[in-house]
Design a protein around this ligand. Sequence first.
Ligand SMILES: [Zn+2]
Length: 273
Amino acid sequence: MEIWHRVGFGKLDNVDSKLDTWGIKYKKIIGLQDYYIILFDIVETNPRWKDVSDLIQKYNASDIYQTVFNKKEILAAEWLRLIPIFQQGYPQPEETWVSNPITYTSHCPQCGTFQQGSSFRIKKEPGLGKNDFMSMFWMYALFCTPKVLKELETHQIQGYEIWNVIIHNTDLPAQKVSQLYIPAIAQEGLSQVDDLKRQYCYTCQTTKYFPHMKGIMYLKKEVVNLNFDIMQTYEWFGDGHAAYREILISNRLAKLILDQNWKGIALKPVELI
Ligand SMILES: [Zn+2]
């Protein structure tokens, strides 16, 4: 497990020479009137991480981090989070989606929690490139190709429904992707999150956690249903007016994903305690 940070300083922070001395390579993004931003990726095991971390604090620099797990760690985990990383397009109708997401039946405008009541609508058949999974912007739903569906069926993966995705103008189902709809919700049991910020929504009475970016996610043992290979967390996550539930998958499904070398998603171990 490695925690990677994408760090951004401004020209006025004047950190260039320090970074040069420390041997840290960075990109300069040139802006207006000679202004520039310095961007680089650094892993916490880098001997200079402590120094960089102090600089981030000092200048209140931008720091977006994520945890990356290797194949061995993924295969050793009983359960994992499946994270859609390839996003394409916006849910339709796009112009009114934020105020009126018609696919949801009980949407909280305050924090963004929802129930999905009907199929998502997309503008056109997506261009997937080499990806087997995708999601769209503004959401966390999981879409996949017919090839993936066939393998899931062959391996008797349990716990999903196949929902059509509708091309908005024609009202016809997309051919390149379907939604892997996940009806099963785990029980409440997110653990060891004392340092994870959260907000309580008085409109829908839901606690929403900030995105869980650092390290392993811990859940109580009894929260997952072992009859399923794919579930959603009870807990909601997200920032601002958007909300999502994390997708949990079994070791069996994770192994299939690695064997097939499917792209468009990331896997992160969950520890059941
Ligand atoms: Zn709410």
